[in-house]
Write a protein that binds this ligand. Structure first.
Ligand code: SF4
Ligand code: SF4
Length: 364
């Protein structure tokens, strides 16, 4: 019989667990808090058997960054997982922009400098998109922007994933958490480029002093200097944002317009691809600590924009990110990037059925 009811379908809120932690000075206490969060998650996730390939997805942080997830904080969870899973590894992908982490060799050196090495964490570290970031698999998603997304092969070939994200602001999405760790963090280099294309920086010629710092850092050779002023070659630029950071006098900004929304939508479509590739066998832990304006890809330390809060976790990346935004304070992210609506990524994620923004917060 047909249902003629006009009632909207009932949305079941996703459970988001929070382990509050004010004192972040003792690694052991943090490690115990992470383990207790995991112990709540473990019974609710449908991970495969002990022989499955389980990726712990995180970011090691750029040299000079200090807000990255410290390996000592993961000691207890990795010890617990190592006993139960034979093929456990830490996964990351190469960066789009030129730097130490743009190929697997440099990336492993950078990881090592932040304490991530086999001898320190006791499990292998795999750069999941290969030596040069070219190893990927096409995952069909039929989104608004992409029919297929190019996800790192090592991610696609994993059976389960624990997605560990440091929550920060982000110059192109306004907010970086689980969705960004999936969407950008699991894409191959070409996949990252396809998400970024369309977001361009703008040079304020009156401010420019012609120092050429932006030109030296640009991975696409998209900036030249003419008559002591920087000039952007738009056709070459793929919107990585490196030049905006390199310019110390603030003469370069990302051009914030509808492209920013497009970027966020593309990012969550990539996140959907990761979820599909792993048949939803992913759990999410968001660290709300040292929440800075920019993500850990920036080679600098920054003053936090909010007090330290704790660890949020759950099986729905949209709910975990929305709860993270709400708890830090959505206005804090809007203050640092007034031109970006961080909720645009949440809206599109709901539209493509990646998860729900409605959540029930459970204190641990
Ligand atoms: S011009 Fe700036 S945003 Fe464009 S590719 Fe170069 S560094 Fe990246
Ligand atoms: S870094 Fe800034 S000041 Fe220096 S050339 Fe580039 S835009 Fe001009």
């Amino acid at each position: 019989m047909q249902n003629h009811s006009n009632k909207a379908p009932k949305i079941i809120p996703s459970k988001v667990y929070i382990k509050r932690l004010q004192d972040w000075s003792l690694d052991q206490k943090i490690s115990e808090a992470v383990l207790s969060a995991w112990q709540y998650l473990e019974p609710i996730v449908d991970f495969k058997d002990k022989n499955s390939f389980t990726a712990v997805k995180l970011t090691f942080g750029e040299e000079g960054a200090s807000g990255y997830i410290k390996p000592a904080w993961l000691t207890d969870i990795l010890n617990s997982l190592r006993g139960a899973r034979e093929n456990l590894f830490i996964a990351e992908t190469n960066t789009l922009y030129r730097g130490k982490r743009s190929n697997a060799i440099g990336h492993l050196h950078a990881a090592n400098s932040h304490g991530y090495s086999f001898d320190k964490v006791g499990i292998p570290i795999i750069i999941a998109d290969g030596l040069r970031g070219r190893d990927y698999q096409n995952i069909p998603i039929r989104g608004d922007h992409f029919e297929n997304v190019k996800i790192a092969r090592g991610i696609c070939e994993s059976d389960d994933m624990i997605c560990i994200s440091h929550v920060t602001g982000h110059m192109q999405s306004g907010f970086a958490g689980a969705l960004k760790n999936l969407g950008i963090g699991c894409a191959s280099r070409q996949g990252k480029l396809l998400q970024h294309s369309g977001t361009l920086p703008e040079i304020t010629v009156e401010k420019c002093i012609g120092c050429s710092e932006c030109m030296s850092i640009c991975p696409a050779n998209a900036i030249g200097i003419k008559k002591k002023k920087a000039i952007l070659v738009k056709e070459k630029c793929f919107g990585c944002g490196e030049c905006t950071v390199a310019c110390r006098i603030g003469a370069i900004d990302i051009k914030y317009d509808e492209n920013v929304v497009k970027f966020q939508e593309k990012m969550v479509e990539y996140a959907l691809g990761v979820k599909k590739a792993l048949n939803s066998r992913i759990v999410y832990l968001n660290f709300l600590e040292h929440v800075t304006k920019n993500c850990d890809c920036m080679s600098k330390d920054e003053t936090p924009i909010a007090p330290d809060i704790g660890i949020l976790c759950g099986a729905d990346p949209v709910a975990v990110d929305k709860a993270s935004m709400d708890i830090v304070g959505i206005e804090k992210f809007k203050e640092i990037f007034p031109e970006i609506d961080p909720l645009a990524q949440i809206r599109h994620a709901e539209k493509i059925k990646l998860g729900t923004s409605q959540y029930e917060l459970v204190e641990l």
